[in-house]
Design a protein around this ligand. Structure first.
Ligand SMILES: [Zn+2]
Length: 438
């Protein structure tokens, strides 16, 4: 059989000027251009040894012949396409589905199993999920690039007796895939109040940790209100807040799973962590990163705004304390001999780096980013910078943006060119001499 094919193929090639082989109609091919509008997940946790979910993926079929999704860690059972003559296939952890030729929204349903993954790479055995930066394919069929936005709905059933699952609710604004999450635990919901923008703020923590959670969120309604007034209406619905998660020993921090951001047990009492995660509702979630190189557009702003919001809302003593903490971190990180010192926190280019492998993910991006914005505030006045940040987010929320776009907006809003400070703080290793002579 093989010998016969080898003989025939060169003969055909010699006899005709054949056009390049087109894929057969309705065959799937790799395609990341088709626009994913919405992902609805129905997750069933009832059998811990056989975790299951169905994803309903709504696509805007405006001429693209196929759509691709990252499914690297999923065990796909079934894929239901809009028409029975369409096909799908799996290749290298990718699901390719053929789309019908007619124009309009089309729905693809994927039923699959998933498993407990490595810590911070999907579903964790402590009950929380985390897929930042690009591990969403371990949890649901997804588009992992941060510029790709879609709306989400998540329902989770089957939590063990006495436990509650808090998930990202129906999102009303396009969001990056890493925003989607859930957490299961013995949660008690505590209402904290309603913000000036009408957002109901709450936290979810186990009963024995309520005191700590209350301490960390004592000023949260006021901080959230200031963010709404400064940056525009909250993009992710009528409710927001925090849920305490178990990230295991040694992990301190939070993750911007709006409208209910996750905070590790060790950080739940820390007001700055809550303010930082709240600010991501606008920077990082509401306004998505066009490129991983622009990571500072999310983390530098959130770190700056966490200090700025507390300075305005709680007072100068709190603001100074937050900055003193940042300064200590920066001094430590940039000590001679430490590798952080050699980090450029806003690398040039777009799409050229792997945010983990190339070492961009690091605390120095947060702190040098915050310091850059502080220098701009010192030059133009903090209120003028607030207004420029708000002008930017009001326009860009629900879409992706570049750090360069924010710098342009600061220039047009304030008349001050932030580029030299950006070169000094973001595009140069180390820290400018004399930065802490205060
Ligand atoms: Zn952050």
């Amino acid at each position: 059989m093989h010998a016969r094919l080898i003989l025939v193929t060169p003969l055909l090639a010699a006899l005709c000027a054949c056009p390049p082989a087109a894929p057969p109609p309705n065959a799937p091919e790799e395609n990341w251009q088709s626009d994913l509008l919405r992902t609805d997940l129905a997750v069933d946790l009832s059998d811990p040894d056989a975790l299951r979910a169905t994803a309903t993926l709504l696509l805007d079929n405006s001429g693209q012949p196929a759509a691709s999704f990252d499914v690297r860690g999923l065990d796909i059972d079934a894929v239901v396409l809009p028409s029975p003559d369409l096909r799908w296939e799996l290749e290298d952890g990718r699901l390719d589905v053929a789309l019908p030729r007619d124009v309009g929204p089309v729905s693809v349903e994927v039923t699959y199993g998933f498993a407990v993954g490595e810590r911070f790479e999907g579903f964790m055995d402590t009950g929380a999920t985390l897929t930042w930066p690009y591990w969403c394919g371990n949890l649901f069929p997804c588009r992992p690039h941060p510029s790709d936005g879609a709306r989400f709905g998540v329902t989770v059933s089957g939590a063990a007796e006495g436990l509650v699952t808090i998930s990202t609710a129906d999102s009303v604004t396009d969001a990056p895939a890493y925003q989607l999450a859930w957490a299961t635990g013995p949660y008690v919901r505590t209402e904290l109040g309603v913000s000036v923008g009408g957002t109901a703020i709450a936290h979810h923590a186990p009963a024995e940790d309520l005191q700590n959670a209350n301490a960390g969120t004592a000023d949260l309604v006021a901080i959230f209100s200031w963010l709404e007034q400064t940056l525009g209406p909250y993009p992710f619905g009528p409710e927001a807040g925090a849920v305490q998660v178990d990230w295991g020993a040694g992990a301190f921090g939070g993750m911007e799973h709006h409208p209910v951001w996750h905070v590790s047990r060790s950080a739940m009492g820390d007001a700055t962590v809550h303010a930082h995660e709240a600010a991501h509702g606008w920077f990082g979630d509401g306004v998505r990163l066009r490129c991983w190189e622009d990571f500072v557009l999310s983390e530098g702003t959130a770190t700056y705004l966490a200090a700025r919001a507390q300075q305005v809302v709680v007072g100068a003593t709190r603001g100074d304390a937050v900055w003193a903490g940042y300064d200590d971190e920066l001094r430590l990180m940039t000590s001679v001999g430490l590798s952080n010192r050699d980090r450029v926190v806003w690398p040039a280019g777009c799409g050229d780096i792997d945010v983990l492998e190339d070492g961009l993910f690091g605390r120095i991006v947060y702190i040098k980013g915050a310091w850059f914005f502080r220098q701009v505030a010192d030059a133009v006045g903090a209120e003028a910078l607030d207004a420029a940040l708000g002008a930017f987010t009001r326009d860009a929320v629900g879409s992706d943006a570049l750090m360069a776009g924010l710098l342009d907006r600061i220039r047009t809003e304030t008349g001050f060119d932030p580029e030299p400070l950006a070169q000094q703080w973001l595009r140069t290793e180390g820290v400018p001499a004399g930065w802490d002579d205060r």
